[in-house]
Design a protein around this ligand. Structure first.
Ligand code: KG4
Ligand code: ZN
Length: 337
């Protein structure tokens, strides 16, 4: 079964063809990064306008790269939540029109579940496993019992990890997208040059929750110390110290979740899963099999949508042609503790 996956939830306009849920025949990602760069962040209005201009060509390119004509597509999977509403609507309406015209099944895909599933395309793990989603919009630690069955254990109580990377980078003028620039600068910096405080979680907060706003503010406030001359400015040292602290917050919670659940398998997904220190730290956890997506499957892409779409369709779960779109995160079951 050849599934066309369409992803337009944020600033990547992507389409992919995946066969039988595991063979990626194409994965075209048209990034809007350069067009949002002057604003140092994604401008929703610009994002949706560009998706409208690009979607048709991106889907054509995905079919061409897969060497398939449109009639060879058996089903369409599309991200329908969560994300920027105007952007989601472009992909969803395009997918609906295409599926209805071709008379083939359509399935709406949750972006969070797709990130958690991305590594499974190339590195399938046996269920259950610990799922870690670290992106610009989300930070989730969960127990994954099946592709559609997720027990959320912890989330961020404020900023997402990628959002903290992006905001610190924006403040220091490191460039855009911030996470990538911090990762690059940190390679040459001293991770112990600045010691930032840990998260200020309260008694009663969930033990697997994380918090990034305190660290973000501390890293940003450090800039004032540079301005008044009380500390020596080094972009590399700031990047390395911030990155080390951000990843320490995460790994501490992940280790606890692994210990408590006794799980010895873990899948990581989302844009921050591309971070070199995250990959190093999480693969070094003793006696735990870790699945990371390849770099192209970490950030937003149509292949993870098509691959997860295949699972739903193969199990007979399809969406109506009047599929709804939502900017909001779906309610997840929270069963730990
Ligand atoms: O998954 P994604 O493409 O979009 C969301 O669903 O949010 O993730 C984008 C996020 C951005 O915050 C970006 O800065 C971050 O992933 N990111 C990284 C790296 N590459 C992308 N963060 C740290 N290190 C990286 N190498
Ligand atoms: Zn994403």
């Amino acid at each position: 079964m050849k599934v066309l996956g369409i992803e337009t939830s944020c600033d990547e306009c992507s389409a992919a063809v995946v066969e039988d849920g595991s063979v990626i025949l194409s994965n075209v990602i048209a990034t809007q990064i350069e067009l949002h760069k002057p604003y140092q962040g994604v401008v929703p209005e610009i994002a949706s306008r560009l998706h409208t201009q690009w979607i048709s060509q991106v889907v054509s390119a995905a079919l061409k790269q897969a060497k398939l004509s449109i009639e060879c597509i058996d089903a369409i999977a599309v991200t329908n939540r969560p994300g920027l509403l105007g952007s989601l609507l472009v992909g969803v309406n395009f997918a609906k029109a295409m599926a209805a015209t071709l008379g083939i099944p359509l399935v709406g895909i949750d972006h969070i579940r797709a990130h958690l599933y991305a590594s499974q395309v190339e590195h399938p793990l046996e269920y259950p496993y610990l799922g870690v989603l670290i992106s610009g919009g989300h930070t989730v630690i969960c127990k994954v019992n099946g592709y559609d069955e997720i027990d959320v254990m912890g989330t961020t109580i404020d900023d997402a990890i990628g959002e903290a990377f992006d905001k610190v980078a924006k403040h220091y003028g490191f460039g855009y997208p911030g996470g990538v620039m911090i990762d690059r600068l940190a390679q040459k910096g001293d991770p112990l040059a600045f010691l930032f405080p840990g998260p200020s979680l309260q008694k009663g907060d969930h033990p697997y929750d994380v918090s990034y706003s305190g660290l973000k503010t501390a890293a940003i406030n450090q800039l004032d110390q540079f301005w008044n001359g009380s500390a020596e400015k080094s972009d590399e040292n700031i990047a390395a110290s911030f990155q080390r602290s951000a990843i320490n917050i995460l790994t501490k919670r992940i280790r606890k979740a692994l210990d408590d659940t006794k799980l010895n398998r873990m899948a990581v997904g989302g844009g921050v899963a591309a971070n070199s220190l995250v990959r190093r730290e999480l693969t070094s956890i003793d006696k735990v099999e870790v699945a990371f997506p390849s770099m192209k499957l970490c950030t937003d892409n149509g292949a993870m949508i098509a691959a997860l779409g295949y699972r739903y369709i193969a199990d007979g779960h399809v969406s109506p042609y009047d599929l709804k779109t939502s900017a909001r995160v779906a309610a997840f079951k929270r069963s730990y503790p």
